[in-house]
Ligand binder design. Structure first.
Ligand SMILES: Nc1nc2c(ncn2[C@@H]2O[C@H](COP(=O)(O)OP(=O)(O)OP(=O)(O)O)[C@@H](O)[C@H]2O)c(=O)[nH]1
Ligand SMILES: [Mg+2]
Length: 315
């Protein structure tokens, strides 16, 4: 349907509030730039997990926000970095794939770290991407104003950005201006999702992600990237509670010991934190059971990739 005939179909009431806008905005950037934090801030709910470690997000997570007359679908992507393992390659491919599907690309840079290494490589890669691009400098709560201006001009020399915004995803500073701009700029058109939907991630997967976040937060030094969480069972009970079983996959026996902790301390703490958060989101009591399994080379198992929503790279 072209734009004209679409407008012909709207009723007088709809005309009064103005035409609706909608579109997809890909959040791309180096790992740890704050993409997931910004997504949660803009959506107004926890949709994507966050940690101070790099490589937290593994596959594309969509978060949906409504601002003025626009429905903005943000695609949080895994950070782009120099891939080493098979999982790395799948994550980076997924991030660039997300960019190709978007109406608008939002490049997020950690202003404190500036443009080096991965950020530089992304700026180069962006030249091949043809959608309109905007630059968002994040973590402005951590840097001086003059450094921000320098950073903005360096980035704008490398890529023709439509606009530059300066925000703090943690304090929310600058986020309203960004949302106003996105709502205006996205094309006119009907909304893609029901008004009350904020994510396209199934609850089972979000629950697994929440446990992975707690695992990352608790065991960040000991258990770097070698873990993966899946929800295996989800049972709604008559008393209104839900019983959830999840498996934490690690690669080695020594990692299993770490995940369990002394006297099971680690797993207990992870379980408590995760149960509490899942229960808040579901607004119902949760019984969470965590199991730790050793699966050597889960990082090379196509099934695990599929479960994460990633394509399996052949090599
Ligand atoms: N001070 C400050 N910290 C921030 C801000 N935004 C994010 N952070 C922190 O930066 C770290 C990384 O945030 P994430 O949102 O997980 O970053 P990401 O870009 O999604 O990272 P990956 O998923 O690993 O690519 C976390 O510790 C956040 O709390 C900000 O505006 N200011
Ligand atoms: Mg992330």
């Amino acid at each position: 349907m072209d734009k004209m005939s679409e407008n012909d179909n709207i009723t007088a009431d709809e005309k009064e509030i103005g035409a609706t806008h909608s579109g997809f905005v890909a959040l791309i950037g180096p790992t740890n730039a704050g993409k997931s934090t910004l997504l949660n801030r803009l959506v107004g709910a926890k949709v994507s997990i966050v940690s101070h470690k790099v490589q937290t997000t593994r596959a594309i997570v969509r978060g949906i926000a409504i601002h003025n007359n626009a429905q903005i679908v943000f695609m949080d992507t895994p950070g782009i970095f120099k891939p080493r393992r098979r999982l790395d390659r799948a994550m980076v491919t997924s991030a660039w794939g997300g960019a190709k599907d978007a109406d608008l690309i939002l490049l997020l840079i950690d202003s404190e770290r500036g443009i080096r290494g991965d950020a530089e490589a992304i700026l180069k890669g962006l030249k091949e991407v043809h959608q309109p691009k905007i630059l968002v400098l994040n973590k402005i709560d951590r840097v001086r104003h003059e450094d921000l201006l320098k950073l903005a001009s360096t980035a704008n020399e490398a890529v023709a950005f439509e606009r530059t915004f300066m925000v703090s995803a943690t304090t929310g500073s600058g986020c309203d201006d960004l949302m106003d701009y996105l709502a205006e700029t996205l094309p006119e058109g009907p909304w893609y999702y029901p008004e009350d939907q904020i994510s396209d991630l199934p609850m089972r997967q979000l629950a697994a992600e929440i446990t992975r976040e707690k695992l990352f937060l608790r065991l960040h030094q000991e258990l770097p990237y070698a873990s993966h969480v899946e929800t295996e069972k989800w049972e709604e009970r008559k008393d209104g509670s839900v019983r959830i079983e999840q498996v934490i996959y690690v690669e080695r026996d020594s990692q299993k010991k770490i995940a369990l902790g002394k006297n099971g301390d680690a797993i207990k703490a992870i379980s408590t934190a995760s149960r509490k958060e899942i229960s808040e989101i579901l607004e119902q009591p949760v019984h969470l059971f965590l199991f730790v399994k050793v699966r050597e080379n889960w990082g090379d198992d196509p099934e695990r990739f599929r479960e994460m929503g990633l394509d399996f790279p052949k090599n």
